[in-house]
Design a protein around this ligand. Sequence first.
Ligand code: AVJ
Length: 312
Amino acid sequence: MLAIAEKVDPAFAHDVLSGLAQDPPAVPARWFYDEAGSRLFDDITRLPEYYPTRTELSILGRAIPEIAEAVGEGRAVVDYGAGSQTKTPVVLEGIRPALYAPVDISGTHLRDSAATLSKRFPDLPILPIEADFTKPFPLPAEIGEHPRLGFFPGSTIGNLVPMSAVDLLRSFRQTLGSGALLLIGMDRVKAPERLVTAYDDAAGVTAAFNLNLLHRINRELEGDVPVEDFAHEARWNAAQSRIEMHLVAQRDVTFTVRGQPFSFAKGSSIHTENSHKYTAESARVLLLAGGWTPLREWTDPENDFALLLARA
Ligand code: AVJ
């Protein structure tokens, strides 16, 4: 029991207990990614309905010669979110950086992906940085004086409300310094039906991903949430240009988490994720507000997803 209790992140307990008591109730999306959740997200990226991952990879594959030309050789690549096993190798192969610095909050994930990459790029110096990149952090001196390229793929920026996204872009600019470039992936606004389908797939994988949060609360926080009484819902919020994921109570429900009681009336929900979508224009405005000047953008033929290159 103690071994399990020891693994519980106090920040998880705090975010769940205060988030469920909030009006409207909400738990930050970062808590999806325990072991089961990370596996489910991996499955999501292969779903026919979930276009972002494969679209971004194909844009990157086609654009990499132009990206390499714009970026130049000998940069230090700072990879926020530590290494997609598919996208990062395309970038490293294409631009021939002087150094690769993956940043991740999980030391285990960081070491695993660094080990995999060093097999494929034996001559590339790799400098793993264990940090929460949502807060400003200094780059270690070992990174040297190479001009930097920040890499922030996957539309992860979309999880943040624009105010927080701007803060994050500003802090990237601060840490990467003058002369830095940023290569960032952003999902595009498109027909709401397609967006909702991408976040509510026929096989129910995204539903399982969303509901896993409740299982995690039960496993790690002594919860007795009746998971079967909640249903996954993906909603398009047009005013805020985002997909929202919710867990909707299917009847009046009461439960406890760490002894604290909660009640949800039938039809009320726990808001579990925002995934903001940008137009070509709003993406550029977001970058500018964050202190980055957009230089170029690459999209797929359907204009479903965009990779943007910007300079500090
Ligand atoms: C990893 C945040 C980019 O918002 O599309 C996928 C997460 N949630 N399906 C996204 C997610 C449901 C994903 N990001």
